[in-house]
Design a protein around this ligand. Structure first.
Ligand code: TMP
Ligand code: ASP
Length: 248
């Protein structure tokens, strides 16, 4: 049954969150806005919200099937996701399998260097403070989480990486790194929230090494939406396209 939509309760840089008639559930609307540099570089890319929502829905379903608790309940339409209401933790949990991006700017790693085991990093989610990297002591002192819950987050993140890396490998996509966010549900459980999409992950075509993610926008290159569509085409099967009535 489709819920009744209420007030806008949160507006991020690329998504809006609405109350529903069920206090435990929210509707997440994926917008076409795209930003980089803590919101300084901005644009609107037609259908970006559409692709990010279906890609996220697919990943959340795969993770739920693997036993990971996620916020995802249903993709009502492309662009509109019914989700569990969470109290979000302002931490960006970044997993790195291959050295790229800010890591090679900040540390003497070689681009393309592989990490096994992967590196897990935490950044404070704050445009004002420019998402600084932090550690467990700082996150606990700021009251964002507890040591016990940060350990759950670490273990869950390693599992998420394993599940998605294996899935993407079969689809011909390399998974250098990604960012996820967690929140607390009404019972105080740690639950995966937000999105998992080309806005929040690095995806490289395994054969051509083409970039299939937001790095194209960050670097001012063309073909952003074509890259997002390619990720969707590679990961979705015929059944997904049918049930979500997708037009590509
Ligand atoms: P980074 O190499 O720029 O630190 O990015 C690491 C990963 O995190 C990459 O997959 C993109 C993602 N990411 C976000 O989701 N939001 C952000 O604000 C940034 C900077 C990166
Ligand atoms: N969080 C950054 C911003 O919105 C985007 C990024 O580089 O992913 O400005």
């Amino acid at each position: 049954m489709t819920p009744q939509i209420g007030n806008l309760i949160y507006q991020g840089k690329a998504k809006d969150v609405y109350e529903t008639d069920d206090p435990e559930k929210v509707l997440v609307k994926f917008r076409d806005d795209i930003t980089a540099g803590d919101g300084e570089k901005k644009d609107v890319i037609n259908k970006k919200g559409y692709y990010n929502s279906i890609i996220s829905a697919k990943f959340f379903e795969i993770l739920q099937a693997a036993g990971v608790k996620t916020q995802y309940l249903d993709l009502i339409n492309p662009g509109e996701m019914l989700s569990l209401r969470l109290e979000m933790i302002p931490l960006e949990i970044i997993t790195r399998n291959i050295a790229a991006g800010s890591l090679i700017k900040k540390f003497p790693f070689k681009e393309g260097q592989k990490f096994d085991p992967p590196i897990i990093q935490m950044d404070y989610k704050s445009d004002e403070f420019h998402d600084p990297m932090l550690n467990e002591d700082i996150a606990v002192a700021l009251g964002f989480s507890t040591r016990k819950d940060l350990e759950i987050i670490r273990k869950t993140t390693l599992k998420i990486n394993q599940v998605l890396k294996e899935f993407l490998e079969i689809k011909g996509i390399l998974f250098p790194d990604f960012k996820i966010e967690y929140g607390y549900d009404s019972q105080g459980n740690i639950v995966l929230g937000d999105e998992i999409s080309p806005d929040t992950c690095r995806f490289w075509d395994n054969e051509t090494c083409d970039v299939l993610d937001k790095d194209l926008f960050r670097k001012g290159e063309s073909g952003v939406i074509e890259a997002y569509q390619k990720v969707a085409s590679l990961i979705l099967d015929v059944e997904d396209k049918k049930r979500w009535n997708l037009d590509f």
